[in-house]
Each structure stands twice: as C-alpha cells, then as structure tokens.
Ligand binder design. Structure first.
Ligand SMILES: [Zn+2]
Length: 112
C-alpha cells in the first residue's frame, strides 16, 4: 500500500512539475526550509531581528512560543490542516481512479 501511495505522490509531483514551475519552486523551498529548520517562525525571526519582532509568541493562539514544530501543532491551525488533508485525499483518490488502480479507490481512500 505504501509503495502504491508513494508511486502516486511521485507521479503527482511530476505532473505538478510539468504544469506549474513556480509552485514546484515554492514547494522545494518550503521543503528545504522545513528540513533545515529555517522556516520563518516567530522564534527564528525574534532571534534574528529582535528590534522588529519584539516577542516570539504565536500570533494565532497567543499561548506558546512559535517554534517550527508549534506551527504544525498549534490548535488554531487544525481547521486549515483538515482542509488541506481532505483536498490531498480527494486528489489522490482522483489520481487512483484515473490510473485504474488495481485496488478499489475507496480502499485507498480509507487508508490515506
Ligand atoms: Zn499557536
């Protein structure tokens, strides 16, 4: 199952690369910043520019330091993440149906 999902994601990346060079560039930049832990979180911005970013508190929840991990853990972002998850799930299911996957698309959808 994981191999099939990986193959579909790889194909989706190739399709995106062919259709939209600008978005793939932004996606690559995001991935690099994520892996190198250099996403512009409030903590990073505060450390680099303390006179501009007076504090490092998350502007959404105002309860925690906005580290890179907090961006993904903040309870105020849950609705946005669910929206992205559902959109991704629909795209993968559509791609599976289009490619006549051997598995039943509803089986694939339930495992995503
Ligand atoms: Zn927060």
């Amino acid at each position: 199952m994981k191999v099939l999902l990986l193959q579909m994601l790889t194909k989706a990346n190739k399709l995106l690369n062919k259709k939209d060079k600008i978005n793939i560039t932004f996606l690559l930049a995001f991935k690099l910043k994520l892996l190198s832990e250099t996403l512009p979180s409030r903590q990073l911005l505060h450390n680099c520019y303390p006179s501009i970013y007076i504090d490092n508190i998350c502007l959404k929840c105002l309860t925690a330091v906005e580290t890179q991990s907090h961006i993904f853990d903040c309870y105020k972002n849950i609705a946005a993440y669910n929206k992205i998850k559902n959109k991704l799930k629909a795209s993968i299911t559509k791609l599976a149906r289009k490619n006549n996957a051997k598995k039943n698309p509803s089986d694939i959808e339930s495992k995503i």
